[in-house]
Ligand binder design. Structure first.
Ligand code: PHE
Length: 501
């Protein structure tokens, strides 16, 4: 004998009580089980051949709104013929209508049916009765429907059934198809219930109480089918981009860095000039950088710093460099931009924190005037970190980066010579991505030049690196189109795991 669960036992007992045949709804009523529990029971009982399901198609007929109205007042043709009889059996159409109190909208229908049913004819505006009209099947059905609605068509007499198409054509009744499921005990099922079923309560959750009292020994623990599909749920979760931002921040914190943040709107001074980027540098072009229209200008820092930066650009100041050899313009430096890199925030911070050691990072938004495509966004994130200390070298920078990538799960790293106006030497790092079987550029880095540090009064070497965060996210999530990250594609967000590994 198959081992039966509580809901299966109760379903069988209910069926027995209902003489071996019943609908699911009846079983729900008798057993007190939820509809879903009965359905689950039915499924396994059918599998065990203890019950069978009969499906029966049923047609239901019910009164429409207009049908209900006529059910109360009589069919319009009936109302006319009754009034005609009352008026002596031959009368002007208008007076019959008036006597019947027939609503205007029903008049032509009523006259039409008087004619079709052969109850009366119209001659020169007069209504002449033809015969004593019998109470038709259509009227009988309407009358029945006022007592009980809906009715099962298959249970009606053939005559009444025949009147349905007509009433449906007049839109007085509505028809609905239904499938009735009836469950029936099989011989095996009967044999089982005859033996007697004692419903044993099942426990689906092992509580501390059950364990403490030792009562778990006495109860029947419900078996779970762990392979059965459960309902899909979409719990709230952190957006994949935010998850990775959090992960990157945690890595920096583990490595002893402190987070800094800065304004998204910066003066060109901090975004470019303080970083020894000449004022005619192509990156400063409107084509690449968003300039603010209103307000157009911001404030420059104190005169000493501005003068030193200006001199460094013009002739190298005291740094031993020749500078860029052009006339530096404070107007150009005052322009407000949406910061194009987080290095603007770094350098501002450094100016105010000149004492070693400094180990800070930021993960923040930057803006570039890019055409959007699968690889480029105009608004994105950069990861950036700096280390300032008495004796740090390029080796420390490479070591730190290696460690940083390792914590992100990227083990193979290479460093290549590169160029940035504000670092010397400058490097570019590439990491090997096994899934892509390829090397991918991630961060730029270097040691800030004396032309950057001297005007700000920073006396110790500063290791700096920075790069786009989205590129890293694409690698980690295995996607190719950067726009997907910000499209709010709910399907994609849902398919992403609650936790990135
Ligand atoms: N600011 C550079 C960029 O936007 C990255 C960088 C940061 C390079 C710090 C060197 C030092 O690509």
């Amino acid at each position: 004998m198959p081992e039966l669960r509580e809901n299966e036992q109760k379903t069988l007992l209910a069926l027995e009580q209902l003489k071996g045949k019943a609908s699911v709804e009846q079983i729900v009523d008798v057993s007190g089980l939820a509809h879903a529990a009965v359905m689950r029971g039915v499924l396994s009982l059918t599998e065990d051949k203890l019950i069978v399901t009969h499906e029966q198609k049923q047609t239901l007929v019910s009164l429409s709104e207009e049908g209900s109205y006529h059910a109360q007042h009589g069919l319009p043709e009936r109302r006319l013929i009754d009034s005609l009889a009352k008026l002596g059996g031959d009368a002007a159409v208008n007076s019959v209508i008036e006597d019947a109190g027939l609503e205007k909208k029903f008049v032509s229908v009523a006259l039409g049916w008087l004619n079709r049913k052969g109850w009366a004819t119209i001659k020169q505006g007069n209504l002449n009765p033809l015969k004593t009209p019998p109470f038709g099947d259509d009227e009988k059905l309407i009358q029945l429907l006022t007592k009980k609605t809906p009715l099962i068509v298959e249970d009606l007499s053939l005559e009444l059934q025949k009147s349905i198409p007509n009433l449906k054509g007049r839109k007085l009744v509505e028809i609905e198809e239904k499938t009735l499921r009836e469950l029936e005990l099989t011989d095996d099922g009967w044999a089982l219930v005859k033996q007697g079923i004692i419903v044993q309560q099942e426990v689906s959750q092992l509580t501390p109480e059950l364990i403490r009292t030792g009562n778990w020994r006495n109860v029947k623990l419900r078996r779970f089918d762990v392979t059965a599909p459960g309902p899909v749920s979409f719990p709230g979760k952190i957006h994949p981009v935010q998850q990775i931002i959090q992960q990157v921040k945690e890595i920096f914190l583990e490595m002893g860095f402190t987070e800094i943040r800065g304004d998204m709107v910066e003066t060109a001074f901090w975004n470019f000039d303080a970083l020894f980027q000449p004022q005619d540098h192509p990156a400063r072009d409107m084509v690449d950088t968003f300039y603010l229209a209103n307000p157009k200008q911001g404030k420059l820092p104190k005169k000493g710093v501005v003068d030193a930066v200006a001199a460094t650009h013009e002739n190298g100041w005291t740094t031993g460099s020749r500078g860029w050899e052009y006339k530096w313009s404070p107007q150009e430096a005052k322009k407000l931009v949406l910061r194009t890199h987080t290095t603007a925030t770094t350098i501002r911070y450094l100016t105010e924190h000149k004492e070693p050691p400094v180990k800070v990072f930021s993960v923040d938004r930057v803006y570039r005037n890019e055409k959007l495509d699968y690889k480029h966004l105009a608004e994105f994130h950069q990861i950036e970190g700096i280390i300032m200390d008495c004796k740090v070298t390029l080796r420390d920078l490479m070591g730190t980066l290696k460690e940083f990538y390792k914590k992100l799960g990227l083990e193979k790293v290479q460093f290549w010579p590169s160029y940035f106006p504000y670092t010397e030497p400058s490097l570019q790092s590439t990491v090997y991505v096994p899934e892509l079987k390829n090397w991918v550029e991630l961060c730029g880095m270097g040691i800030f030049r004396p032309e950057v540090l001297a005007p700000l009064g920073v006396k110790h070497p500063v290791l700096a690196w920075g790069g786009g965060l989205e590129r890293l996210i694409l690698l980690k999530l295995g996607i190719e189109d950067i726009r997907l990250l910000y499209k709010n594609d709910l399907g994609w967000i849902r398919r992403n795991p609650v936790c990135q590994q």
